[in-house]
Design a protein around this ligand. Structure first.
Ligand SMILES: NC(=O)C1=CN([C@@H]2O[C@H](COP(=O)(O)OP(=O)(O)OC[C@H]3O[C@@H](n4cnc5c(N)ncnc54)[C@H](O)[C@@H]3O)[C@@H](O)[C@H]2O)C=CC1
Ligand SMILES: O=C(O)C(=O)[C@H](O)COP(=O)(O)O
Length: 380
C-alpha cells in the first residue's frame, strides 16, 4: 500500500511506515502527479482536497484527514468518485474546550466576565461543545446549548433558541463551516447580529473564521462599544486581515485544537482507518507515544485567599495552558501568510489537563479537591 501524507501529521512515519511506502510532503507543495499510484492520502486542514488535486490519482481509495473539520475536503467529489474519506471526529474536542476554558479564566481574572454569574451560550453541541459543557458543569458555570441539527435528530439535551444565545454573557462558536443545506453557518454572526451585541458580552470563535462576517466584525469593533472578541480562526487563512487584530482582546493562529493529545489522536484515527482498509487490527495506540505530563505545584492557600472558590481551578488551568502566551507570541510573530502557517506548524508542545499530577502546598477542602479531580488533575 502507498500512502502520501502531509508532513504536519505528527508521528506519520511511525504510524504509517509499516503499511509499505509512506512518503510525506510539506504544506502547500503537493502536486497531482505526486498522487499517481498512491492508495491513501492523509492530510490536515492545510491541504485542500479538490478535483484538480486528485486529477492524476489513479488508485486512491482513502482520503483521511487528521482533523475534526472537513471543509477542506470536496466530499461530494470524493463520494462521486467512490473514494472513501474519513475525519478524526472529536480528536481535538478536549483541546478546544480547554482553550475556551483558558479564555474564560482570563476573562474572569480581568473582570471581563464574572464566571459566577455569567451564562455561556454554546453554539454547536457536538464534540467540542459537549466537552466544553462538561468542563463548565464541573466548575458550576451556567451555560445553554444551541444546536438545531442535533435537536432535530432527537438529542434529548435541552436546547435553547438563537435569541437566547445572542443575549448570553459569553457566546462561543463550535459549528462546522457549512454553506448550504438547512443549517448553514456561513456568516451566522453577521452585521445584524453584531449590531445587537454589547460591550458586556464576550464572543469567542474557535471553529472556522468564515462563521463570522469579518468585515462586519471589524466595522462593529471600530465603531466602539462592541463585544470583547477572541478569535482563534480567521477568514481566508493563512492570508488573514492582520489589521483586525488591534480590535481583538485575544487572537491566536488557529491552534485551539493543537494539544499533543489532539494532534496525536488525529493521526491515530487515520491510522485506524488505514488498518481497516488493509484488513489489519490496529496495534499502535496513543499510549505508545504520549510522553508523561509534567508535575504541577500550586499554592492553594494563595489561590483561595481571594475568597473565590474558582481560584484553585483557574490557577491550575492557567498553569497548564494560558492562552495569553499564544496571543502574545502570535501578535509579535505575525508578518504575512507564511508566518501564520509557520506559527501553526511549529506550535509549542501543549498538553491537556487530565493526568497532570498536582502537588498542593496545603490539603484542599473536599469540594475543591473533587472539582480538581473532575477536571482530570491527580492530586498528590
Ligand atoms: N480551532 C481549532 O483548532 C479547531 C476547530 N474546529 C472546528 O470546530 C468545528 C466543530 O468541531 P466538533 O465539535 O468536533 O464538530 P462536531 O461535528 O462534533 O460538532 C458540530 C456541531 O455543530 C452543529 N451544527 C451544525 N450546524 C449548526 C448550526 N447552523 N447551528 C448550530 N449548530 C450547528 C452540529 O449539529 C454538531 O452537533 C469543526 O467543524 C471545525 O471546523 C474543530 C477542532 C479544532
Ligand atoms: O480539527 C480541526 O478542524 C482543526 O481546525 C485543526 O485544529 C486544524 O489543524 P491543522 O490541520 O490546520 O493543523
Amino acid at each position: 500500500m502507498k500512502i502520501r501524507y502531509e508532513n504536519s501529521l505528527p508521528l506519520a512515519a511511525e504510524y504509517f511506515g509499516s503499511f509499505g511506502e509512506a512518503s510525506g510532503y510539506d504544506v502547500g507543495t503537493l502536486t497531482p502527479e505526486q498522487l499517481v499510484d498512491f492508495d491513501v492520502l492523509a492530510v490536515r486542514s492545510t491541504t485542500r482536497v479538490t478535483p484538480e488535486l486528485l486529477n492524476c490519482a489513479n488508485r486512491l481509495t482513502l482520503v483521511g484527514t487528521a482533523t475534526a473539520g472537513i471543509n477542506h475536503l470536496d466530499t461530494r467529489y470524493l463520494d462521486a468518485q467512490g473514494i472513501y474519506w474519513m475525519s478524526a471526529a472529536g480528536c481535538n474536542a478536549q483541546a478546544v474546550a480547554e482553550y475556551v476554558l483558558s479564555v474564560l479564566c482570563n476573562a474572569h481574572l480581568e473582570d471581563i466576565t464574572d464566571l459566577k454569574r455569567a451564562r455561556v451560550g454554546i453554539v454547536g453541541a457536538g464534540h467540542v461543545g459537549s466537552a466544553l459543557s462538561r468542563l463548565l458543569d464541573v466548575l458550576g458555570i451556567e451555560y445553554v446549548l444551541y444546536d438545531p441539527p442535533l435537536a432535530e435528530q432527537g438529542d434529548e439535551r435541552p436546547f435553547t433558541d438563537w435569541l437566547t444565545i445572542l443575549n448570553c454573557d459569553v457566546i462561543t462558536l463550535h459549528v462546522p463551516f457549512v454553506q448550504n443545506g438547512a443549517f448553514p453557518t456561513d456568516k451566522m454572526i453577521d452585521a445584524e447580529v453584531l449590531a445587537g451585541l454589547s460591550a458586556k458580552q464576550l464572543l469567542i470563535n474557535a471553529c472556522r473564521g468564515e462563521v463570522i462576517d469579518e468585515v462586519a466584525l471589524k466595522q462593529r469593533l471600530m465603531a466602539g462599544d462592541g463585544p470583547t472578541v477572541v478569535l482563534d480562526v480567521f477568514a481566508n487563512e493563512p492570508d488573514i486581515d492582520a489589521d483586525l487584530l488591534q480590535y481583538l482582546w485575544l487572537a491566536t493562529p488557529h491552534i485551539a485544537g493543537h494539544t499533543l493529545e489532539g494532534k496525536y489522536s488525529g493521526t491515530q484515527m487515520v491510522y485506524e482507518a488505514i488498518c481497516d482498509l488493509a484488513g489489519q487490527t490496529p496495534e499502535k495506540s496513543l499510549d505508545d507515544f504520549l510522553p508523561e505530563r509534567p508535575n504541577l505545584h500550586v499554592d492553594l492557600e494563595l489561590c483561595s485567599d481571594q475568597g473565590d472558590n474558582l481560584a484553585p481551578a483557574i490557577a491550575l488551568v492557567l498553569s497548564v495552558y494560558d492562552v495569553k502566551e499564544d496571543n502574545n507570541h502570535f501578535r509579535k510573530g505575525l508578518a504575512g501568510p507564511t508566518s501564520f502557517t509557520a506559527m501553526r506548524k511549529q506550535y509549542r508542545v501543549r498538553r491537556e489537563l487530565a493526568g497532570h499530577k498536582v502537588e498542593c502546598s496545603q490539603q484542599p477542602d473536599s469540594a475543591i479537591a473533587t472539582q480538581l479531580a473532575k477536571l482530570g488533575f491527580n492530586l498528590k
